[in-house]
Design a protein around this ligand. Structure first.
Ligand code: ZN
Length: 352
């Protein structure tokens, strides 16, 4: 088959054309899932599609295989190998043995070596090298702005990006203090189940999600956070991604749709990032105390600091800081008002 153009692939997806299955895959940036062209799921906005010629590149960019069309195949063995690849991606800097990896797939080390290579075209060791190299080049390209480098690496799943990046993440205090100097930040407002929401994004990802009673106060909050940036109001047609992320986030809040997998461009101290990363693992309908979070990040005495980090969460709901309470079950604090925290938790409990 000749090289496929983006347009040819967009058409194939629009027509769910099964004759292209196996020739390419498409990822949907708003869900973080990748599919075969013939997948029967509802058509995504063409703007939100990313194309891949093989499963490996889709996975490397952080997409998960779709459960409906199962682009990676029905085979249990295939799924296990994907688990191994995922493990390598999230532990790229660790030493790992074939025995260890074999255990993940439930096969012997030599069997793993063979079947991994059959599927991905490279050995687990080379796969790990490739992941490391990719990360290395990425950071080099971006100089000191490691945080940015992480988020510019693609529209992958937030949790995966965090999981990979824990050791490097953290911003230079200089960049933080600069208040977004020289940056252009697009924003839009929308009415949601929690009142007005403002969402703002740099060219690398969402940098702010806040809630308030009216648009003016939200714009003031945004201006306080990025005093040096140029803030540009974006009409839906000018910023389709921003618009679709806002819609997806509203549906996540009000209807329990999956948390949208949007790229983030957030800055914090290493400690804050660690807390925020952990918060992503608290599932809808669950809650934890500030103390439990502190214990989970191996810093049991940092209860108060955990509370402060929650209060500094730049992206409400996307990082679910509302799921952290006082140990006596009382609500504690919430950056956007206790009433909103209560409403959110009630909605989430009701859907359990
Ligand atoms: Zn699918």
């Amino acid at each position: 088959m000749p090289k496929l153009s983006d347009n040819a692939m967009k058409n194939a997806v629009a027509q769910k054309d099964g004759s292209f299955d196996g020739h390419f895959y498409y990822g949907v940036i708003t869900t973080g899932v990748f599919c075969s062209p013939s997948c029967s799921t509802k058509a995504a906005n063409p703007e939100n599609l990313r194309f891949f010629l093989d499963i490996e590149s889709a996975m490397q960019a952080g997409y998960r295989p779709c459960k409906r069309c199962n682009p990676a195949g029905q085979d249990e063995r295939t799924q296990q190998l994907i688990d191994v690849a995922r493990y390598i991606e999230t532990h790229a800097e660790d030493k790992m043995t074939l025995t260890q990896l074999g255990n993940i797939a439930g096969v012997s080390p030599s069997r793993l070596q063979r079947s991994f290579k059959d599927m991905f075209g490279v050995s687990p060791k080379h796969y790990q090298d490739a992941v490391r190299m990719r990360k290395f080049k990425r950071s080099l390209k971006e100089g000191e702005r490691v945080t940015d480098a992480i988020y510019s690496s693609g529209y992958g799943s937030i949790s995966r990006v965090y999981g990979e990046a824990t050791r490097n993440i953290g911003m230079t205090p200089k960049a933080y203090r600069a208040g977004g100097k020289g940056e252009i930040i697009h924003y839009a407002c929308r009415e949601t189940a929690l009142g007005f929401m403002i969402m703002a994004a740099t060219d690398k990802g969402v940098c702010s999600v806040q809630f308030g009673d009216d648009k003016d106060s939200l714009l003031t909050l945004l201006g306080d956070e990025f005093p040096e940036a140029r803030l540009v109001l974006s009409a839906a047609q000018d910023a389709p991604e921003l618009d679709s992320w806002m819609l997806a986030l509203d549906q996540h809040m009000s209807q329990g749709a999956p948390r949208p997998d949007v790229p983030l461009d957030i800055r914090g101290t290493a400690f804050q990032i660690k807390v925020w990363q952990f918060l992503l693992s608290i599932k809808e309908g669950d809650v934890m105390s500030y103390g439990e979070v502190a214990a989970h990040i191996d810093n049991p005495k940092a209860v108060r600091a955990v509370g402060t980090a929650c209060g500094k969460n730049p992206v409400g709901i996307l990082i679910p800081c509302h799921r952290v309470l006082r140990s006596d079950g009382s609500l504690g604090g919430y950056r956007w008002g206790l009433e909103r925290k209560r409403t959110l938790l009630d909605m989430e409990r009701a859907r359990r």
